[in-house]
Design a binder for this molecule. Structure first.
Ligand code: ZN
Length: 403
C-alpha cells in the first residue's frame, strides 16, 4: 500500500536504502497472539514455525513495499518510511505523483515483487494445495509452500481495484491518462465503494473478515477522494492567500517562561524568534514545555529554538507546502519575502481555508485572487513585550477621562 503521512505508535527498527523501516505496535501485539496460538496448537515447535511463517510473510511484505519505494526513488519521489501493520505494509511517500505514468510504475512494482517471489519458490516448494487457506507449516518445505500461496494471495488481494489497495491506485492512474486526475479519483473511489458494499453483503453470508475488509475499503476510498479534493482546492492558492499576517514573535533574549505566557495570551503554538525583523528560528509550545519541565524556565528562547526550520515564500503553492507539513508532523512555517518575515503559515490556516471553502455552495464561491493582483497588505506583527516589563492590557489608546 502507499500513503503520504507516517503512522503514530510506530517503532523504528532500521533503514533500507535510506528508508526508515518501522513496526506499528499493533504488529508486535499480533506476533504475540500468533506465537500463543501456535503454542496452543502444537507446543513450542508450533510456536516456532508459526512465528517463522509470520516473519517470512512480513519479509515478503517489506519486499513488496520496497518494490514501490525503489521505483519511487528512481522517479525522484522521496520515500519517508515503510511501516508494518497487522494488515500489511504502508510505504509513505512524500507526495503521490500526479503524473499517471509515474503512479502506474510505482504501483505495479509492489505486486510484481510478489509474483517474482512466487515464481522463484514454486520450483522448490511446489504450488500450495489451497490458495485461500493458510496451512500452518511444520517444517521448512511446508513454510516455503505456504509462502508461495501467501505471495499469490498478496498479488491477487492488491489487484482488487479499490483504495487503499494497489489496484485502486492503478485504476485511478489508468483513468487519469485520459480524464482529469480529480475525476479519475472520484470514479476509482466510487468503484471501490461499490466493491466494499459487495464484500459486505458477501461477508454477511460467508465470513466476518470480509465485513472488516469492506469497512476498511469503504473508509479508505472516502479518505483518498477527500485528500485529492483537498489538494485540488489547495492547488489554486498561494501561501500569501491563507497565511497569518498578525501574530506574535519572540525576541532571542525572551525567556522560555515568557514564551509560554504568550501561548495562552495569543492562542499561538509556534513563535518566530526575530531580531530587527530578521528571523533566527522558530520555537514551539512543546519545546518550551519540555525546557520548563527540565528546570529551564529562565533559559533564553534562542537556546531552545529550532534554527533550521524550513521557510516558505508568499508565492509558493499551498498544495506543495501542505504535503511537506503533513509528513513533517504539523508545525507552523515562517513566510519570508526577500529575507523579511511577512507571515506565518500554520496547518490551522489551511484547515480553516478548507473549512470555509467546502462549506460554501459551489455557485457562491469567491474566486481566489489571481497571483500578483492581491492588494498589498502590510504585515502586522505584534512582538511580545520585553521580559522585564509587565504585558500591556490593550494596544489601543488610553481610556478617555485620564490625563
Ligand atoms: Zn502495494
Amino acid at each position: 500500500m502507499l500513503g503520504i503521512a507516517g503512522m503514530r505508535w510506530s517503532i523504528n527498527v532500521g533503514r533500507i536504502s535510506g528508508i526508515a523501516l518501522r513496526l506499528h505496535v499493533t504488529f508486535l501485539l499480533m506476533l504475540l497472539v500468533i506465537a500463543y496460538q501456535g503454542y496452543a496448537m502444537a507446543g513450542g515447535r508450533g510456536a516456532f514455525w508459526s512465528l517463522a511463517l509470520i516473519c517470512a510473510v512480513f519479509t515478503c511484505i517489506v519486499l513488496h513495499e520496497l518494490g514501490h519505494s525503489l521505483v519511487a526513488q528512481k522517479l525522484g519521489v522521496e520515500v519517508r518510511s515503510i511501516t508494518l501493520l497487522p494488515i500489511g505494509g504502508v510505504a509513505a511517500l512524500r507526495t503521490i505523483p500526479e503524473n499517471p505514468w509515474h503512479e502506474i510504475a510505482i504501483t505495479v512494482a509492489g505486486p510484481m515483487v510478489n509474483v517474482i517471489i512466487a515464481a522463484v519458490l514454486i520450483p522448490i516448494a511446489g504450488l500450495p494445495r489451497h490458495l485461500f487457506i493458510v496451512e500452518w507449516p511444520a517444517n521448512l518445505l511446508g513454510l516455503l509452500n505456504t509462502l508461495v500461496g501467501v505471495n499469490l494471495w498478496l498479488f491477487l488481494f492488491n489487484c482488487i481495484p479499490a483504495f487503499p489497495m494497489d489496484g485502486g491506485r492503478l485504476l485511478r492512474a489508468s483513468l487519469a491518462l485520459v480524464i482529469p486526475h480529480r475525476r479519475a479519483t472520484w470514479i476509482a473511489a466510487t468503484v471501490g465503494q461499490g466493491l466494499a458494499i459487495l464484500f459486505f453483503v458477501l461477508g454477511l453470508k460467508y465470513s466476518v473478515m470480509m465485513i472488516v475488509l469492506a469497512a476498511f475499503i469503504f473508509i479508505a476510498a472516502e479518505g483518498e477522494e477527500r485528500m485529492v479534493r483537498t489538494r485540488g482546492m489547495l492547488h489554486d492558492i498561494e501561501v500569501e492567500d491563507v497565511m497569518m499576517r498578525e501574530f506574535a514573535t519572540l525576541a532571542p533574549v525572551d525567556t522560555v517562561g515568557r514564551g509560554l505566557e504568550q501561548v495562552y495570551q495569543t492562542g499561538q503554538d509556534d513563535f518566530p524568534v526575530v531580531v530587527d525583523g530578521r528571523l533566527l528560528g522558530m520555537v514551539n509550545r512543546q519545546t518550551m514545555l519540555e525546557a520548563v519541565n527540565r528546570g529551564g524556565a529562565a533559559r533564553m528562547v534562542s537556546e531552545v529554538m529550532d534554527a533550521s526550520v524550513p521557510v516558505v515564500s508568499p508565492r509558493q503553492k499551498v498544495s506543495r507546502v501542505y504535503d511537506a507539513m503533513l509528513g513533517d508532523g504539523f508545525g507552523s512555517l515562517p513566510v519570508l519575502e526577500e529575507g523579511t518575515l511577512v507571515g506565518l503559515l500554520s496547518p490551522d490556516n489551511i484547515s480553516r481555508y478548507l473549512l470555509v471553502q467546502s462549506s460554501i455552495k459551489p455557485g457562491r464561491r469567491v474566486p481566489s485572487p489571481v497571483a500578483g493582483q492581491t492588494p498589498p497588505r502590510p504585515p502586522v506583527i505584534a512582538t511580545a513585550p520585553p521580559t522585564a516589563a509587565p504585558p500591556p492590557r490593550a494596544e489601543s489608546a488610553p481610556p478617555p477621562g485620564r490625563a
